[in-house]
Design a protein around this ligand. Structure first.
Ligand code: FCB
Length: 450
């Protein structure tokens, strides 16, 4: 048996997102979001499911926080639904929407669970999409105003603020691959959307500094992936580097270095329209942040493509590897590589794993138990690599499992269960999976015993 202890003040959390768990799509004056619209559009979501009920967290949050406390979590990451606060995107604020998050914070504080608040996890008010969404620069201003409103009015302690969740996904799955809301299909548009999202992030940070919530840190959660070449042939090496440019550097560089990566600008310029960037944008985007949140699930192994214009190359799935139900390769070493790489290339700032977890087919036994050994193995193997990164000097300060409880997994509907807690959607009853009990022990010991 070997022990792997984490730093004493390490945060052990779980993460969720508003649209995936809350349900109650028009309770207390909430406005429509692009995910309400998208999920109600036939053919967009597996089995035409939607988030109307989800995990019914809007009504059951007290019980959910009690369950977090039971598990011993000392941190919880959730997102705020922008259209609950501003049903039309801007203008009139909806006090009842704000009250829900105040009650949630109170409940968390009463159990000493530190809240990490994400301002934007993809549920843009539909009213703003009707005016062009993130392609319209006005949305950046609306986002900054919404952020400032939250700093001013969410008047309970927040342990950390996260401006955006995974702008890469919002930009490319939402505006090139049509898999996410708003369901568009134009790479050049995605580049503009990505730029405006980054600018929104920058403005939200700038407004935060003016709001003087001095001891509260602010950062962003990026989906980052360790990208590896299939071989050391020149063509594979450069395809992997370009994929890294597309997925990682296009977001890390502007935030930490104040510009887009030159190689990618040249590549995009050959086939697409580059984003419109105004004077001063890069300074705003690169405004200092206090920590970086990393969402990581898998790695990509990249082989050069044969076709012209396929700048990322092809993703290879080694046959000897294990895959989750999402089809994602289980590759724990990737998180070590990522953490050390980000720390080396982008400065020594506090890092948090703001999402990591796995979907597997889970079954509720008659006696109310759920045996999910593969999830336990997955989480344990990733945590061990995170532990190694800490031993090697990476300032990793916390870890949030994706996710607290089964929920609406975007275009996959309810078919993918990532939770530590099993949700029976026909009754909304919750059951701890064995992975939840395992995590409880990890937290209790502040580390792994393997
Ligand atoms: C991430 C999302 C999160 C969840 C997990 C599985 O990309 O941020 O909402 O869907 O993937």
């Amino acid at each position: 048996m070997s022990k792997h202890l984490f730093p004493e003040d390490f945060l052990w959390g779980a993460a969720t997102a508003a649209y995936q768990i809350e349900g109650s799509p028009d309770a207390d004056g909430k406005g429509e979001s692009i995910w309400d619209r998208f999920s109600h559009t036939p053919g967009k979501i597996m089995n035409d499911e939607n988030g109307d009920l989800a995990s019914d967290h809007y009504r059951r949050y007290r019980q959910d926080v009690d369950m977090m406390a039971d598990l011993g979590l000392n941190a919880y990451r959730f997102s705020i639904s922008w259209p609950r606060i501003f049903p039309e995107g801007g203008g009139r604020a909806n006090k009842k929407g704000l009250d829900f998050y105040r009650r949630l914070l109170e409940q968390l504080h009463s159990h000493n669970i530190k809240p990490a608040v994400t301002l934007y996890h993809w549920d843009l008010p539909q009213a703003l999409q009707d005016k062009g969404g993130w392609n319209n620069r006005d949305t950046v201003n609306y986002f900054a105003e919404y952020a400032a409103f939250m700093y001013e009015n969410l008047d309970l302690p927040v342990d950390r603020w996260i401006t955006l969740n995974e702008p890469w996904v919002a930009a490319f799955l939402g505006h090139t691959m049509s898999l996410h809301a708003p369901g568009l299909n134009d790479f050049s548009l995605s580049l503009q959307v990505a730029h405006n999202l980054l600018l929104g992030h920058g403005w939200a940070v700038k407004m935060f500094r003016e709001a003087k919530r001095d001891d509260e840190p602010i950062g962003i959660a990026l989906n980052l992936t360790s990208i590896q070449p299939f071989s050391d042939k020149e063509a594979d090496l450069s395809a992997a580097w370009r994929t890294d440019g597309f997925m990682n550097r296009w977001f890390l560089d502007p935030i930490f270095k104040g510009s887009y990566p030159k190689d990618m600008v040249e590549i995009y310029d050959q086939s697409f329209k580059l984003p419109r960037i105004e004077d001063g944008d890069h300074e705003i985007i690169a405004g200092p942040i206090d920590f970086l949140g990393i969402n990581n699930y898998t790695r990509y192994l990249v082989q050069a493509g044969r076709s012209e214009g396929n700048f990322t190359g092809n993703f290879v799935n080694p046959s000897e590897s294990e895959y989750t139900e999402m089809g994602w390769e289980v590759y724990p070493q990737g998180i070590y590589q990522l953490l050390t790489r980000v720390n080396n290339d982008y400065g020594n700032l506090p890092l948090y794993i703001t999402e990591n977890g796995a979907a597997f087919p889970d079954y509720l036994n008659k006696d109310g138990t759920v045996d999910d050994p593969r999830r336990i193995n997955y989480l344990q193997s990733y945590l061990l690599e995170a532990w190694k990164a800490i031993q090697d000097g990476v300032p990793l300060k916390g870890y949030y499992v994706w996710t607290l409880m089964d929920n609406f997994e975007w275009s996959f509907g309810y078919s993918k269960r990532f939770g530590l807690i099993y949700v029976d959607y026909s009754t909304q009853k919750r059951y701890y999976k064995n992975s939840a009990f395992w995590y409880q022990k990890v937290i209790d010991r502040n580390g792994l015993e393997i």
